[in-house]
Ligand binder design. Sequence first.
Ligand SMILES: Cc1ncc(COP(=O)(O)O)c(C=O)c1O
Length: 361
Amino acid sequence: MTKAPVAISPAPRARVQAMKEYHPPLGSRDALRLDFNENTLACSPKVREVLARISTGELTRYPEREPVEAVVAAYLGVEPAQLALTNGVDEAIHVLFEAFLDSGDELLLPVPTYTMYEVYASSTDARVVAVQAAADLQFPYEKLLAAITPRTKIIAIANPNSPSGSTATRAQILEIARRAPQAVLLIDEAYYHFHGATVLDLIGKIPNLVVARTFSKAYGLAGLRLGLLAAPVELMRWIRRVLSPYSVNSLALACLPAALADQPYLDWYTGEVLAARAELEAALDSVQIRRWPSHANFVLVDIGPQHAEFARRMRAAGVLVRDRSSDPGCDGCVRITIGTRQQMQQAVEALNTTIAALRAH
Ligand SMILES: Cc1ncc(COP(=O)(O)O)c(C=O)c1O
């Protein structure tokens, strides 16, 4: 009789074994969603019209991204060869790290910042060099320059940054690119539409500059998973080797031109957010909650030791906010996404009641 084989579970790479599991706090989000920096209302109605007309053929065929990449490139004023659509900026980050981060390389990361940089870096053999912002959470420019070494291979800067809402200036970005010519400088402009400043026009002019944009935020298409990378052709040819030709699905590709074409909707939504942000900031000031200046569709606030209870009570009041107190330098902090003015009135009411209840304790 042959022996039953011993069950051996195949081991992944050591780096993967060392990775932390990352579970974003999704789940029962049937409330006012001020926790993920999404568009809190809707995408353009023009996108809904396209979705309603999706044909069987579009579902049965493999997605063809190139014609849509050409439309997006023309819209953004870059060459089609300089642009790749991705399955959200997350895929853009993933493929960029896969393509460039080798053993012994360093990823320079001003922190606190977007969680997924570290998640994707941790599956590579590179070392993450975190550059901590000071208590004001402003972009740690001088410290970052000082941290550049010959091993620096990627510098990832979210501009505006999350969760702080801070920004790097164009002059700072240019200087960083100049001081680290051996490194890819990723400027993640996920929140560009709420800020207005970009370095996309420098693509191809600065040999190591790469820009990412998303359709998850202002455009309201987080569920479709659409992002893009713009890079000089010399870098893009390596990135395309790693990128799946089919990772952006047909529905997303069909919707994208309609989303781009509806500039009035985008302007309306970003205008709402900026007005609502000012109103929330005024409300925070009037109850003396410390906050950081924001250039994006969220505000980071300092709740202090009661941060978890604050988030719990806000949830009970129908408003989801994001506890960021475990981010480096963010002890006691909570991030509040900005929606429309009407939505933020609800949020401000919940905030006032919650703060009053916490202070009464
Ligand atoms: C700085 C930054 N980049 C990228 C993303 C993710 O974008 P996407 O939905 O396109 O993957 C986020 C989402 O919160 C973000 O804050």
